[in-house]
Design a protein around this ligand. Structure first.
Ligand code: DON
Length: 304
């Protein structure tokens, strides 16, 4: 496995087309696009990594997997009253479907859906309390107390929140959000601004590869059925309007973020995290998808 990760890292170093770093969040525009990292945590307790695998980066939408897990723990199937579970086929920040669909976002991974999920988690609590809960969950599943929010990234997103604020106000007008819009957004932006390395992310995703059990501690995080359902949502919706392309090329459930990270789950095998900040047209890491494609081809790990 180590040889494979080294080979992938060497192959990615040769790539000249590296995509474009997200700049609609100005704080992310400073990140050096030459970086690449990959880490694998296996269900039998092995850890492998290569490249910049210990460098923390903004996990952005990958955090939506963790907040979905928390929300399902709190509300169970009640969550689905306000969030759908169908692929959207539209960009991650699109508003169009909301108007025709009663303000109910198609799935928990598009921005509108993730905003509805965090509103559901808040349950009348202040943003600070909800954020403490999200952070302690992520630290628990990653088994790493060092994980933190990047306050600069969160502030940068809050200052440029027009698009997400539109989604939130629109949903609120349909009665889909219970809390004050700016409080929900502030919580959502901090959640997206969690900084983690590939090694930490792979560790955090391991419970989804092992029927819901956090392998290192042996403690159950979610039921086997819930782990399978979260994986199915990642497969169908984790890459927005490029989810079909990702399933075709990689064949594993995956969740991307505009920080350039992707968390992929190989059920029964392990969790793989990749990071390369340059994005493709749909906002997914260009080299991250390429690297995972190479990984899946060489390991033959696939859910199909
Ligand atoms: O709300 C946003 O636009 C960002 N905080 C998250 C978007 C994102 O990561 C989309 N992923 N590829």
């Amino acid at each position: 496995m180590q040889t494979l990760l080294d080979d992938i890292t060497a192959a990615m170093a040769k790539e000249t087309e590296r995509g474009k770093v997200a700049d609609y969040i100005p704080e992310l525009a400073h990140v050096d696009p030459q970086q690449f990292g990959i880490a694998l945590a296996t269900v039998d307790g092995q850890h492998y990594s290569a490249g910049s695998a210990t460098t923390p980066f903004s996990i952005q939408s990958i955090s939506k997997v963790f907040t979905l897990t928390i929300a399902l723990g709190k509300l169970g199937d009640g969550l689905w009253a306000n969030v759908g579970r169908e692929p959207s086929g539209d960009p991650f920040n699109s508003i169009v479907q909301l108007e025709h669909e009663g303000g109910k976002p198609r799935n928990p991974f598009i921005n509108a859906g993730a905003i509805a999920v965090v509103d559901a988690i808040m349950m009348g609590h202040a943003p600070k309390e909800t954020l403490a809960e999200i952070l302690s969950f992520v630290r628990y599943i990653a088994d790493d107390e060092r994980i933190c929010f990047d306050a600069k990234v969160a502030a940068s997103e809050m200052a440029h929140r027009d698009r997400n604020a539109s989604l939130a106000h629109f949903m609120k007008a349909f009665g889909r959000l219970r809390h004050d819009v700016d409080k929900v957004l502030g919580t959502y932006f901090h959640q997206c601004a969690i900084a983690m390395s590939c090694e930490q992310l792979a560790h955090a995703g391991l419970f989804l590869a092992s029927d819901g059990v956090n392998k290192p501690s042996g403690l159950r995080v979610v039921s086997p059925q819930r782990a399978r359902r979260i994986n199915s949502l990642m497969m169908m919706c984790g890459h927005y309007d490029a989810s079909g392309e990702f399933a075709f090329r990689v064949g594993l459930p995956g969740k991307s973020g505009v920080g350039g990270g992707i968390l992929a789950i190989a059920p029964g095998h392990g969790a793989i995290a990749v990071w390369s900040p340059g994005l493709d047209e749909q906002g997914n890491s260009l080299l991250g998808v390429k690297a995972l494609e190479m990984f899946a081809q060489r390991t033959q790990w696939s859910v199909f």
